[in-house]
Design a protein around this ligand. Structure first.
Ligand code: NZQ
Ligand code: ZN
Length: 388
């Protein structure tokens, strides 16, 4: 049964090949100082930087350049961005990039005017925001995280080897997001596949929980089917606009709180992946791929009916007199085959995890309680061992 909930999503989306033409109207709503935030340089190579600069200049904005946001943005970079935003009085943080750039912009948005240490206040301790928040806008160049339409912001504290995801309220969501699927065409295949798996993982984390009948689960199944289909197309032909646009649209809806409303959720794959990421700095989607199958094979018995339903609805496994356990196992085999076809990393050692790291990584895993089984510390270590 659906529980009680409030649904609010303030992000205005502009989608399609002409989406960037709306940026000028959006910019007109904010003051003159725009902090232009981008990553390690892909925007300069593919021409998006020039396009954005042209719009900013036409809108007579004073540009505060803030490039070099790394994948898995760090706390040190956050401090740097906060200094720039405060000293130069940023009126808008314009994030142009993937989830890392967008997450970082949200972190700067809440941290620039925070009078205490932002890591301690907003990440280690998830306190309510009491200070001024700078508005964020986004031009997305890589599909996967859903950061363009949610309050999520993941920051890595390299000194403490902790990667923490904070979900801020609607005040921090991007006010607008420009989604042109053509902008994602230059994303390397490895990153594209990782992004596709991130979407799948967001769907599964919200799906594999509960035994009740919720509309949200039917919606998630439809999205998973579309994702499997479009990701196969995109791997075959990365220039396939139809596939890339479906993937971009699915990414936003997989993690903008819509499909998880009113139901229990799991999120253990992300907790395992985040701790693995804190130790290896590996690509987010790949950390999830490396731990998923050992995790799901660990909990499949506890959630057997749902895994059997997943097998039949998402992968069209035929029941043909099989037991629920057999159907559920077959569904996970189909998931594995799809993951292999995308070229996803299935072993954490390929991401730099060693056996010696396992106890420390396990120590950093936050245990959630919404799934079919609450993991013990031993189970976490066992899953990491299986992931190696
Ligand atoms: O830095 P540049 O040079 O721009 O290159 C990036 C980066 O190397 C490249 N890229 C992006 N768009 C491109 C492109 N290369 C060529 N052409 C383009 N159009 O792709 C690489 C990865 O980018 P990144 O932003 O790091 O990827 P992603 O979107 O997967 O974001 C990952 C971060 O988001 C967090 C992750 O933990 C990780 O820190 N997440 C955020 C969530 C949220 N806000 O809700 C939820 C997720 O579960 C996730 O945890
Ligand atoms: Zn994710």
């Amino acid at each position: 049964m659906l529980g009680n909930f409030t649904y609010e999503n303030p992000t205005k989306l502009y989608f399609g090949k002409d989406a960037l033409s709306y940026l000028q109207d959006e910019l007109a709503l904010y003051g003159p100082n725009v902090q232009f935030i981008y990553g390690g340089g892909s925007v300069k190579r593919n021409g998006i930087y020039e396009k954005i600069m042209t719009v900013l200049q036409a809108a007579h904005k004073r540009v505060i350049e803030d490039g070099g946001v790394m994948p898995n943005p760090t706390l040190d970079k956050l401090y740097e961005g906060c200094r720039a935003a405060k000293e130069q009085k940023a009126d808008l943080l314009l994030a142009v990039g993937g989830g890392s750039v967008c997450d970082y912009a949200k972190a700067v948005a809440v941290s620039a005017y925070c009078e205490t240490d932002p890591w301690d206040t907003y990440y280690a301790h998830m306190r309510r925001i009491k200070n001024k928040i700078i508005p964020v806008g986004c031009v997305l160049t890589m599909a996967g995280t859903g950061s363009e339409m949610n309050g999520g912001s993941v920051i890595t504290n390299t000194a403490e080897k902790r990667k923490i995801a904070r979900v801020f309220d609607a005040r921090v969501f991007p006010r607008f997001a420009v989604l042109n699927p053509e902008f994602t065409m230059t994303v390397p295949k490895y990153q594209m596949a990782a992004g596709c798996y991130d979407i799948m993982s967001h769907l599964m984390e919200q799906y594999f929980s509960g035994t009740d009948d919720t509309a949200s689960d039917y919606i998630a199944e439809g999205m998973m089917r579309s994702l499997v289909h479009s990701s196969r197309q995109a791997i075959r032909d990365p220039q396939d606009y139809e596939a890339r646009s479906n993937i971009m649209w699915l990414a936003s809806w997989a993690l903008n709180s819509f499909i998880g409303k009113g139901k229990s959720q799991d999120w253990m794959v992300h907790m395992l992946g985040q701790s693995l990421g804190a130790y290896t700095n590996a690509t987010h989607g790949m950390t999830l791929a490396a731990v998923s199958l050992p995790y799901y094979r660990h909990i499949v018995k506890a959630g057997e009916a749902k895994f059997a339903r997943f097998a039949q609805t998402v992968w069209q496994v035929r029941p043909d007199g099989k037991t629920a356990a057999d159907i559920a196992a077959e569904g996970l085999q189909c998931l594995e085959a799809w993951m292999r076809s995308l070229g996803l990393v299935l072993h954490a050692r390929e991401l730099g995890m060693t056996e010696e790291m396992i106890p420390q990584i396990a120590e950093g895993v936050f245990i959630t309680h919404g799934g079919y089984e609450t993991l013990t510390r031993e189970a976490v270590e066992d899953i990491l061992q299986q992931s190696l």
